[in-house]
Ligand binder design. Structure first.
Ligand code: CO8
Length: 260
């Protein structure tokens, strides 16, 4: 047993960003129940924290996460799986209102890839490898992989990855639109934090609603999602941040968004 926390959190209040780092290196950050609970609790605490506006989740050079913990579920019965319903915990990630960036180096497999896709955008190091290898151990992706990967890269590529279990590299993931950008390995965390800091200068209210509106593209019909977007757009005119943003533009100065 070790007292090392499974999630390390660093806050940068000046830039209003926080970095969450998986800390289970010997198991390539395999996502057991404790790791997921630690991640979700840390994300939820930072989501409530007014000093922080954007979050970055990362692993280490070898792995973002090599999947759900196989040892933890190898002997489980369907009833064990149903009763513990560990995947329900992953829904907590979806409820985070602030932008969350996945900064991925090394292995990003199975549940690790599903988690990265459940976050808002992925910045990849050149070393990153994305895959859904569950087929190799006699199962299928269970935390959203068949759905999110298909939406991200299209049916044919998703089928190939999920049926063959073969991973793709960072450049291919970028070409396919799975990741937003690829950066040199040694610059991964710095680049992701810089992007987070840039986003953190925007209105936190607008960020929250922008995230909600983009995510609606996956949940609603186009007609419903357009109407939803319009309501969110109009709603922002109730905010001080909208008045500040537009006044600052007209006065040719930088805006100072307060999140009100
Ligand atoms: N679970 C548990 N332990 C793992 C996992 C994992 N997913 N991945 C790696 N490890 C452990 C290894 O057992 C090894 O431990 P030890 O040193 O004690 O033997 C250590 O990490 C290092 O791994 P390797 O020696 O295998 O390192 P290599 O560099 O040789 O290989 C690989 C790296 C290719 C990443 C390899 O470890 C591998 O194939 N890992 C498994 C990948 C995989 O199949 N992932 C999918 C898991 S299933 C899943 O994610 C379903 C998600 C659905 C949600 C479920 C929620 C409950």
């Amino acid at each position: 047993m070790t007292d090392e926390p499974l999630i390390l959190v660093e806050r940068d209040e000046e830039r209003r960003v926080a970095l969450l780092r998986f800390n289970r290196p010997k198991q390539l950050n395999a996502l057991n129940g404790q790791v997921m609970d630690g991640l979700c609790s840390a994300l939820e605490a930072l989501d409530r924290d007014d000093a922080i506006r954007v979050l970055v989740v990362t692993g280490n050079e070898r792995a973002f996460a090599a999947g759900a913990d196989i040892g933890e579920m190898a002997d489980a019965s369907p009833i064990d799986m149903l009763r513990t319903n560990r995947i329900a915990q992953w829904d907590r990630v979806r409820r985070i209102g602030k932008p969350v960036i996945a900064a991925v180096a090394g292995w990003c497999l199975g549940g690790g890839c599903e988690l990265a896709m459940a976050l808002d955008l992925i910045v990849a190091a050149e070393s990153a490898r994305f895959g859904q290898p569950e087929i190799n151990i006699g199962v299928i992706p269970g935390a959203g992989g068949t759905q999110r990967l298909t939406r991200a890269v299209g049916k044919s590529v998703a089928m190939e990855m999920i049926l063959s279990g073969e991973p793709i590299d960072a450049r291919e993931a970028h070409r396919l639109g799975l990741v937003a950008r690829v950066v040199p390995n040694e610059l991964l965390v710095e680049d992701a934090l810089d992007l987070a800091a840039k986003i953190a200068t925007k209105s936190p209210l607008a960020l929250r609603l922008a995230k909600e509106a983009v995510n609606a593209a996956y949940e609603m019909s186009l007609t419903d999602a357009l109407a939803h977007e319009r309501r969110l757009f109009y709603l922002l005119f109730a905010s001080e941040d909208q008045k500040e943003g537009m006044a600052a533009f007209l006065e040719k100065r930088d805006p100072d968004f307060k999140g009100r």
